[in-house]
Design a protein around this ligand. Sequence first.
Ligand code: ATP
Ligand code: MG
Length: 630
Amino acid sequence: MTAYADFYRQSIDQPDIFWREQAGLIEWKTPPQQVCDYSNPPFAKWFVGGTTNLCHNAVDRHLATRAGQSALVAISTETDTERSYSFAELHAEVQRMAAVLQGLGVKKGDRVLIYMPMIAEAAFAMLACVRIGALHSVVFGGFASGSLASRIEDAEPVAVVSADAGSRGGKVVPYKPLLDEAIALSKHKPAAVLMINRGLAPMHLQPRRDHDWAALREQHLNTVVPCEWVESTHPSYTLYTSGTTGKPKGVQRDTGGYTVALAASMKHIFDAKAGDVYFATSDIGWVVGHSYIVYGPLIAGMTTIMYEGLPTRPDAGVWWSIVEKYQVTHMFSAPTAVRVLKKQDPAYLAKYNVKSLKALWLAGEPLDEPTAQWISDALSVPIIDNYWQTETGWPILTLANGVQQQTTRFGSPGKAMYGYHVKLIDESNGEELTAPNQKGVVAIEGPLPPGCMQTVWRDDARFVNTYWKSIPGRLIYSTFDWGIRDADGYHFILGRTDDVINVAGHRLGTREIEESIASHPNIAEVAVVGVADSLKGQVAMAFAVARDASGLTHEAARLKLEGEVMKQVDSQLGAVARPSRVYFVSVLPKTRSGKLLRRALQAVAERRDPGDLTTMEDPAALQQVKDLVG
Ligand code: ATP
Ligand code: MG
């Protein structure tokens, strides 16, 4: 057995011993009495009887040893600003924010909705909430008022923290009018709104309801707000899933389990040490932003970098210039962002010294081999795929390099992480597939490990009914993703369970077809959907973005490329997988978190109503598809 195999086995066979040890990575006010109470499955209570505080572990805990070290660096290429906060300064800012929130009536258990761009005050607000035992609900900045309104109704926040505006590609996006509209639309009206004025867009403050952060902050420059010690099971926050497959689900997370899970992941998965520098390019509106921009790195005593801006502005070298300047050791991004860079001149990358990087972790979507290979060649550091979900809060599948260095296999996010009793389930009979290389639904036997969702916010029934199924003698959590596991324990994610298409009786994963198409040198990105067909049941239809689209204005050039792509699929997968059409678009429909909205694409390709589009990035993308399919 290898070191990691032993480590994993212990986490599954002796979870109490395993997690009690991990619990020692964080500070408790009262130590836990019981590691896990699973008497009411599928609801798991971790570290029962323990009291702790997430903000204490992320901030206060480090004051004794690293008060002067930089904790948070907020960089904006939108406003051309860069500001670093030491742990001592972060501690002071968080207390000021906590005092202001308390002044606005926020108490333990109350919700605070945070609708913010990627600025330091967003992190202060999150940390301030958990400091006083309030639950934050971060809503991705720039979401339209309808999406925001439904989240306000669901969370029923006492207060909202927001800013005058965000900025994207140099264009100011005013937030306040969207927020005002959302509150007007919502049945629930928050009592107080705290506005951070960046001076980007004029704002009208509503008397009594709206408050100016700068003015209130002045009144609390030296106010001490101690951490509220909460039960381990006290919820820390709620957060919505990306809405790729339908209406977003409100994930509720605990305090103690989450803090332990993040501390453990920093050690075992990221092999991180206090003083290292973490740069996650995500947004605080997503789970990666929660776990690996704000909480994880700070819990580990690292410096975390918060970046507002595009990966391509002022040029495609901007991320690597940050890596060089701040000597970033750990970088976390998404395949979608790497594909954006892949369309740019690779010379931008070569300009910077990125030797400080230990690895680049990528998550959120399947990482196709060509993309992994491209970034690996460009950076010359390990590229580590990791697979997880908003629901789980930390990786389900990846490599635990802190336990044992293991080699990456392109196309695979790696092995089951400790604590996750990962199984592949045969969908036809619900039985576990134990032999290697069999395709099944990726599932996790309960209880879910610490850090994962406690329930769906205010909807236990939805939690149970959506995710859990019983197989003889036990309950399992479904990820709704297909996967296989090879003989060495490496997993491969084949796509979502609803992404399988059936062509004349052959079941094909859209992902396999996409991989094949993406390996054509002139394809930057592609989405394949199954479209109803009277003859074959379903046929595959592809929508592709060309790397060099300059010649594609001519019909003949498009047909030539389409023909090449089809031939490639024929030779790699066989003619059954050949798409009926390959359409060329300039952009694919994606969620604001950069995920392909395949269900919307499929609906439009079948001339149906695309459904809930509230999390969509660019409506023009679907319009192009509509125009093409006619
Ligand atoms: P919703 O659940 O609301 O439909 P969503 O599933 O896109 O949206 P997230 O929690 O942001 O919401 O995404 C998790 C999903 O993303 C996974 O279930 C999986 O389908 C996909 N995913 C994440 N990481 C990877 C990865 N490394 N490889 C393949 N797929 C991944
Ligand atoms: Mg999901």
